[in-house]
Design a protein around this ligand. Sequence first.
Ligand code: BGC
Length: 908
Amino acid sequence: MAYAATCIALLAVPVLAQYPEGSLYSPPISSGYGNWSAAYAKAHAFVCNLTITEKVNLTTQTGTGASYGYSLGIIPRVGFRGLALDDSPTGVRSTDYSSAFTAPLNMAMTWDRDLIYAQAYANGAEHKAKGVNIAYSPVVGPLGRSPESGRIWEGYSPDPYLSGVSFGLTVAGMNAAGTIAVGKHFVLYEQEHFRQVREWNDWHLPNATFNTTEPYSSNADDRTLHELYLWPWYDAVHDGMASVMCSYNQLNNTQACQNNHLLNDILKGEMGFQGFIVSDDGSQHSGVLSALAGMDMTILGETSPNGELGLGISFWGPNLTQSVLNGSVPEWRLDDMATRIMAAYYYLDQDQNFPELNFAQGDLSTFGYLYPRAMAGYQQINEHVDVRDHHADIIRRVGANSIIMLKNINNTLPLNKPKQIAIIGEDAGPSIYGPNGCPDRGCDNGTLAMGWGSGSTNFPYLIDPLAAIQTQAIQDRSVVQYVLDDYDTALIDSVVAQATVCLVFINCDSGEGYIEIDGNYGDRKNLTAWLRGDDLVNEVAGNCSNTVVIAHTPGPIIMEPWIEHPNVTAVLMAGLPGQESGNALVDVLYGAVNPSGKTPWTIGKRREDYGTDVMYVANAPVPQLNFTEGLFIDYRHFDQAGIEPRFEFGFGLSFTTFSYSNLRIQPASAASSTSASASTAAASAQITVNPSVCPRYALNASAYTFPSTISSLTDYIYPYLPRNSSFTVGPAYPSASVVAVAPGTPGGAPELWDTMYTVTVSVANTGSVAGQEVAQLYLALGNGEPVRQLRGFNKTMIEAGASTDVSFTVRQRDLSIWDVPGQSWVDVRTLGTAVGVSVGASSRDLRLNGTMAAIGGGGSAAGNYSASVTAATTSPIGPVVTEYSDGQPQVPTEYSDGQVQVPATATS
Ligand code: BGC
């Protein structure tokens, strides 16, 4: 298709606008594939019975702070009470009697599929029990291009495979509990700096005046986009993700939430996403355009592009009603928006006994105004429902099993009834302000167990390390001395001099860009420990020959100032462990849990070694973040550049040791034949569907103006046109008869998920205690790919002296690279490439090596497509909107006030 070819060529070059002149808007209609079909049937029936304003009500939130009730979709005529929405990946945000889970980072640090799923399920169950239909979690954007990126702890790992598994399992777990998991932020949202104009122009950073005019643009080529940043999204779509949040940033200079290629072609087309796309708070920058480009729901509801408050004014709401009536947005697009939202609702069985919303996000009072801006509806707004169940156990298990032991000499750990323990550092104890002392955890006082921003939640309690260690010490009859003031060196010196073991606690923090701590504007400004952490460790180690360092961090830190100090005998990284922090740490410190966490990122020796960084000073009014490193972030970069890390990706010690032997690489039946793959291409031929378009409603203004029976509330967004509106009904779009959809099940071409090989190794526990090993599979795909890439992991408990077989499943996608000209995934074996196979204990501790044979006749990625797994293609035959080269649609257009202008001649 000529359009695709031109578009691809441009995508391969960073910085250029994404669309060539003349490209098309191509919103596909989903008819509900696979296990979505029943949900779609119900959604169609529901939506076709709604009026235009009722459908608009499903798409547009009622406005920030205008209501503590249901956020959208309140349709009394059909008895639909509406939908409630809330954050976050660490728990139900800004309420009480709910859990403070570990950061998702810790889930990834466990490399344990069962624990990831268990915590996700628990988080989903708490949202449901509070009455939250739609939970803004999990996060895989940022992926972790830069280790300083403020929100990386809300996600998992810069490795797309580890992130993909974790992301998919989190979606599956939350969904299974009954809450709609919202995967966010789509996509290339890799730093906080310059994500919104007002936020960053208001910061007035020292020595910098920004004056940006638009959010930053992440400019990435198509192959990098697919193989790195989109990879985990395939997992989540495959695992049933029912909602996606589009991000603040631009992608190749088009806003993510109005990016037709990204939302319509890739997410809804190529990946076969069946659910709905929701904006972030203020990431919607247009009305008609975002609707045509594939956005289905606006949170906040208010305009607020770039962070300006648009109290009560919406791009959608009444403007969407008007846009449909005047022909700017086809009614079938509105139907598809509403259908996708309701399909997600039915997909998660939310029509079956879903609890009532029973709290007011951000207000813990029992009584208050349901409509605070209007000071109306005084009533009970919080029932204080305790939804925590047995989840503390899960949080403690994730916490303990995520701890990464980086160093342990002289068998320092586990501790065995030490005679005298010195505990040093503010990070060991409670904050004098309490665990919830700062809004959205926007400070670093006392022990750090959570990052800051919308990914935070309230602690119901926080077990700090000091409290937990003292509890253990009482049983052991140990003496415990402590100094929580990092700066009282004299006291520290005297206390540690008496100790058998010195536990020194350090941390650093990061979070979302609307909060700044000590010059860290969301993104960290450096990779070192905070509060003189490096000096503190050296201070303690200088006076204590048995110093154990414990670090609470949102990502990697530089450890060079102290890691080789001979008195630093053990080092534990504990991530951000949530409410059970101290208990989880004690489990590992004293050996009740043998450490089994592995690094989900590389720990470099110098910040520069990562090769990527946050852009701290805007390089243009529309900051241009060029992903020139392509596929080479984190260990992919260290390997390619030949840089020695301090601790490589996938590293972590245990109290025992493991040996590896007997590598077996077994092709799955019929897996390695080219014909099996070739048939895939045929299966991906375009599919033409005839969606059942709902009957069109009367197009007269009076049916959609503000009803006389309702009096309007301050700042509350309604779907109605103003009373006495008069307008001309615009030209009708043709009904959508031909629509692009992905071939087959969600997650792209089904063959991507076919098993090609099973790789098996024997792992033996050669030490004297039982322990869990995370065996890791890496593949070398040639063709300009990274030296090695994680393509499997398996965490297994092995008794001392025992041996077990550990297997990895290698799917078609694991062997494939993204072929840009062909717009398809290509199995590198068909390009004449033999795939290198390595299995080991980390990315640089590879114990066994083998090969998967080439099966093709050779050629470059651009040459041989006979065995390609073709992704979905799209066929925009319905309404098409031509775009000017500046990225604006020719028809229809919008005035700057968000009102829609219908031009004299419509195109179709
Ligand atoms: C964040 C989202 C969050 C939303 C609602 C935004 O600032 O980027 O992750 O879900 O706020 O709180």
